[in-house]
Each structure stands twice: as structure tokens, then as C-alpha cells.
Design a protein around this ligand. Structure first.
Ligand code: 5AD
Length: 352
């Protein structure tokens, strides 16, 4: 425990560790170690953000996808997925309802869908920003060329989520088809950050073939890239993918990684992900107690939710139709001494 705590301190003070140091931390997901990391992470979170939790409303507006990631239920090879795509008007309606609930960030997420090209997305972003000027818009629509990202930024998009999936080129190649390149994913993330987006990356824990060394590589990447947002959730198999028979990732290891992210990057916007809430009924609360400070309920039309099936039993936080502050989520957060704040929740925003 002494060495573990010394490494946490080093991570807190310097924002980095040696490969050996990382490996030592990550090989200790047992309760006592994980709890030591979580209590330091929770303390740092409360110093920065008080007891406030940021919420974002996610609109999953299309599950058409030209990519073929082996782990993902909406991969193009999955012929069983019933494909859908929302129209501009429907997306704007989701945002209006979301605004009424109390959301001040809309996250628009889809597969890589050729219909929703950067031109159409730019028009959509401009309309959302015109209608809800005090709200932030986050896009999560995959890999694009730099000028296209620039076009979306110029249209007013504030943030972009693109998980790096694996910082190890070898592991990235195991979980993606040959035509999806690690180098192109990394280039996209560099472009997004240089253009000026608040940029999010992230990865799954326990995806097939992943070793602790690969996770060390992910943590080293986060340490040098310094993203504004990090999405980390356990891998969960989907029955219509090549990984149908694989095991889910470990909740304990996911929680430890969340704590280490918070200790390393104290200002980072760190969601307690849907995948974590899917594996355990109180997974999101555990994520928050481990250093997460964001929850992202789904505000897509009810008919779409089941079709946006990245993995089995995907369970989305219910924002409630009465507003975030009256929601079941707010009650669950109150039970752990935290509360939702109605705010954009930008990176670096001082709230206490
Ligand atoms: N289990 C957990 N997370 C998944 N994702 C995709 N498929 C799965 C799965 N089977 C994650 C990926 C992707 C994000 C949108 O969802 O990391 O970037």
C-alpha cells in the first residue's frame, strides 16, 4: 500500500508516471487499493467542482455506420440492426425537450453516416446554436478530414468526442478491420485539439486482447495528449458481433482507471459512462464516487434507443420528463451528497 500511495502522489504532483509505475497501479484493482485511489480522486473532484455534477443530453441521431469495429453492435456487417436516422426537425425537437428538462449541453452522436455529412451537420449545429445560444453542442460522429472538422467548429460546435479506442497500434489493429487505421484516429484527435474543440478521447476496459500493458499505453497517451474529456467504460459483448462470446470488462478496473484519470488530470470532464451503469445498477454512482463528474442521459426519442445498441442491455439514464433537477438521477446523486447543476459545464469553468 505504501508504494501504491507514493505512486498516486507522484501522479498527482507530476501528471505522469513511468511504465513500471503504471503497471504497478493497474495490477491492483483489489478493493483496498482501488478505494485508496477513489478517495483521493473524490477529494480532488470536490476541490475542483464542489458537489456539482454536470449533465449532457445525448441524441443518438443515426445508427447507420460505415465502420466495422469488431466490438460494436452497429458495425456495418451487422445485418440484424434495424437502421434509423433522425431528420433535422426531429433532432431539434430532442434539443427543445432537452432544454426544457434542464440540459445545457447537447451531445449529437451517430455512426459514420454518409447522409449526415459535414455540410448538413454544420447547418444543424448553426440552427441549434441560434435557437439555444447559451448551450454547448458536442459532436461525436467519427473520423473526418481536418477541413471538415474546421467547418463544424466554424459552425459553432464547441466540443468533439472521438474515443481513441486503444493507444497501442497493435491492439487497435486487433479490434478493428485493416482499413480502420490507428494512425488516422490519432491524427483526427490532434486535428480536433489544434482546431480548438474541447476534445474527448477514451477507450473500453477489457476489450478482447487487451492487456495491462495496453492500458499502460492508454494512460501514457492520456498523460501526454491531455484531453478535456475522457470516456472510459467496460467492454460489454453484443450478441451479433464477432465478440458475442467474450467476457465483459471489469467494473473494478474501470473504476480504478477513472480515479487515476482524475488524479492525473484534475480538471478533466469525466463521465460515469452508460456502460458502467449497464453492468451494475449503481455503476454510475460508483463512477462518481471514484472521481467522475459528468452524467450523460439519453434524450433520443424512445423508439430509437433500443436500435442504438452498441452492446447488449445498454441501459440509458432516464432524464425524467419533469426536468433533471426532479429526476430519479438527481435523487440517486443526492444520496451520495452530489447534485446536478444546470450549466454548460465547459472545461476549466470555475464553479466553486
Ligand atoms: N462495449 C462497450 N463499449 C462499446 N463501444 C462500442 N461498442 C462497445 C461495446 N461492445 C464504445 C466505443 C465507442 C463508443 C461510442 O462506445 O468505445 O467509441
Amino acid at each position: 500500500m505504501e508504494r501504491f500511495k507514493a505512486l498516486l502522489d507522484e501522479l498527482k504532483c507530476t501528471g505522469k508516471l513511468s511504465g513500471e509505475g503504471w503497471l504497478y497501479l493497474l495490477s491492483r484493482p483489489a478493493d483496498s487499493f482501488r478505494n485508496a485511489a477513489a478517495s483521493l480522486a473524490e477529494k480532488i473532484t470536490i476541490e475542483r467542482f464542489g458537489n456539482k455534477i454536470f449533465v449532457r443530453g445525448i441524441v443518438e441521431f443515426s445508427n447507420f455506420c460505415s465502420n466495422d469495429c469488431y466490438y460494436c453492435g452497429i458495425r456495418c456487417s451487422n445485418k440484424k440492426t434495424e437502421r434509423y436516422r433522425l431528420e433535422e426537425k426531429e433532432i431539434l425537437e430532442c434539443c427543445s425537450a432537452g432544454y426544457e428538462y434542464g440540459f445545457r449541453t447537447f451531445v449529437l452522436q451517430s455512426g459514420e453516416d454518409a447522409f449526415w455529412n459535414p455540410e448538413r451537420l454544420a447547418v444543424l449545429v448553426k440552427k441549434i446554436k441560434a435557437r439555444f445560444p447559451e448551450c454547448a453542442v458536442t459532436l461525436s460522429v467519427g473520423e473526418l478530414e481536418r477541413p471538415q472538422y474546421q467547418q463544424l467548429f466554424d459552425a459553432g460546435c464547441d466540443r468533439y468526442l472521438l474515443r481513441h479506442e486503444s493507444a497501442s497500434p497493435e491492439h487497435y489493429a486487433m479490434i478493428h478491420p485493416e482499413r480502420q487505421k490507428w494512425s488516422s484516429r490519432m491524427k483526427c484527435l490532434q486535428d480536433l485539439k489544434e482546431i480548438g474543440f474541447q476534445t474527448g478521447c477514451g477507450f473500453m476496459v477489457g476489450s478482447p486482447g487487451q492487456t495491462l500493458e495496453h492500458l499502460v499505453c492508454d494512460m501514457e497517451f492520456l498523460s501526454s495528449f491531455k484531453p478535456h474529456m475522457i470516456g472510459i467504460g467496460p467492454f460489454i459483448p453484443h450478441c451479433d458481433t464477432p465478440y458475442a462470446k467474450e467476457k465483459s470488462g471489469s467494473v473494478e478496473l474501470t473504476l480504478l482507471l477513472l480515479s487515476l484519470c482524475r488524479i492525473m488530470l484534475p480538471d478533466v470532464l469525466l463521465p460515469a459512462t452508460t456502460a458502467l451503469g449497464t453492468l451494475l445498477p449503481d455503476g454510475r454512482e460508483l463512477g462518481i464516487r471514484a472521481g467522475a463528474n459528468v452524467v450523460m442521459p439519453n434524450i433520443s426519442p424512445a423508439e430509437c434507443r433500443e436500435k442504438y445498441s452498441l452492446y447488449n442491455n445498454k441501459n440509458s439514464a432516464d432524464p425524467g420528463s419533469t426536468g433533471v433537477l426532479q429526476s430519479g438521477l438527481q435523487k440517486k446523486l443526492a444520496a451520495i451528497g452530489r447534485e446536478i447543476v444546470i450549466a454548460r459545464g465547459d472545461y476549466g469553468e470555475k464553479i466553486c
